[in-house]
Design a binder for this molecule. Structure first.
Ligand SMILES: [Zn+2]
Length: 176
């Protein structure tokens, strides 16, 4: 079974790590015989998969820990402070506050951009302090962005969402 070198092609999702013969021999992958189309040895995981599926529905989901009373986003299955499973899921607002930001003149491959972009850490309303997600800021000149600025998510139309962080196009200044 030369599955380890099989070319993985799946246009909707990022490639995972291909299942190897070693994974099967050492029983890291079980029930292989029942699932001959198995492709990956890992996925986004329970917490991030649920988070991404929430984005597809236009919801920002976090988790809570009753031990330290924190609301965490992005979600995780264990509280790293209390070292125990989380206690439930919560829907957060799609508004937040810029914790810090950077004006970038290059793209992720270091190619110059025609117009600079603003990448920010956004603390989501309802989440605990310093729980933030990284995203783009739009509808404002970069030099007018400031730490503490209130922002709101601008979502893609529902039929264009695919369960990705890009289901939010960017965050715009929140007025009023
Ligand atoms: Zn905790």
């Amino acid at each position: 079974m030369a599955v380890g070198k099989r070319k993985i092609e799946c246009p909707l999702y990022a490639e995972g790590t291909a299942v190897s013969e070693e994974d099967i021999k050492t029983r890291k992958v079980t029930h292989y015989e029942d699932h001959p189309d198995i492709r990956y040895s890992w996925t986004a995981g329970q917490a991030i998969s649920r988070f991404l599926n929430g984005l597809k529905e236009g919801k920002i989901l976090g988790v809570k820990c009753d031990g330290c009373k924190r609301i965490m986003v992005p979600p995780r299955m264990f509280c790293e402070l209390c070292y125990k499973p989380i206690d439930g899921w919560v829907e957060l607002k799609d508004t937040g506050t810029i914790l810090t930001y950077s004006i970038s003149y290059i793209d992720p491959d270091a190619r110059p951009l025609p117009k600079p972009i603003v990448v920010a850490l956004i603390q989501i309303d309802g989440a605990s302090q310093n729980m933030a997600i990284m995203h783009l800021i739009g509808e404002i000149e970069p030099e007018k962005v400031y730490v503490g600025m209130r922002v709101k998510a601008v979502w893609k139309p529902e039929n264009e969402r695919e369960g990705s962080v890009t289901d939010i196009k960017y965050w715009k200044p929140l007025e009023g």
